[in-house]
Design a protein around this ligand. Sequence first.
Ligand code: GLU
Length: 293
Amino acid sequence: MIAIPRQKPVFRFAPSPNGPLHLGHALSAFLNRDMAASNHGRFLLRMEDIDLTRCTPEFEADIYADLEWLDIDWELPVRRQSEHFSEYQTALNGLIERGLAYPSFLTRGEIRARVAAADTTALAWPRDPDGSPLYPPDDRERTEDSRQALLASGLKHAWRLDMARALALVDEPMSWTETGDGETGRVIANASGWGDVVLSRSDAPSSYHLCVVVDDAVQGITHVVRGLDLFHATSVHRLLQTLLGLPAPIYHHHRLIIDEEGLKLSKSRGDTGLAELRESGASPTDIRRLVGL
Ligand code: GLU
């Protein structure tokens, strides 16, 4: 019998070095590392540092220190998104050339004003699954002449996916295999509720959604293990993977660690940071117990 070589499973932990890691990150990192080990797979680390104003080398160094303390080993080299902007640009250019992305010029203030005005009427402004207002249709409906004139004027702009056009291109219902703590099995993707998602920001030459699908493909990720807060974003990721001809990993969205008030931990609220816990005498075993492992 001929032995068919089976691809080793590849897992990744992908924090953003824009603040200290907290218990929620520890759960993600432990689960990725444990699942990689029990599946005889590989465990990679990725720095999602496209936000050049909020991500710092100090936060990145702290992430390495926290993971080392937790006795989590990762393969080298670490992929840093900030070193791969040209790859994301190539993916974006492909979508632009196919008429699937358009430049968007509205400022945050302009969008806010539009949403506030609509919200005073009976017809509230539509929102995405995270509760953010959908991008207004103005720039999508712009004539080519007006678009070119605005681009030539040097006005700051982002690039957005034309969701309706993109969905019209994919005929089969998209789905993914989910093994996490919420809905499991074959999940049907529903990207339309996200509207015209951003692909490259005016202040960063890419966006989370675009980078994550490019990187997962480039790094050969077979299993994406991350928090349930990203469950719905997976619909956008499946759409981009389909448009760009990239493989679909298996997804495992794990439970979130919540604080005493029942809120998700966040970097900005100064929640239980791993460094603080370490300094107050906690051991890595205590951290495993605190995250319920
Ligand atoms: N960088 C994201 C975060 O820190 C994780 C993205 C992902 O795992 O897909 O929340």
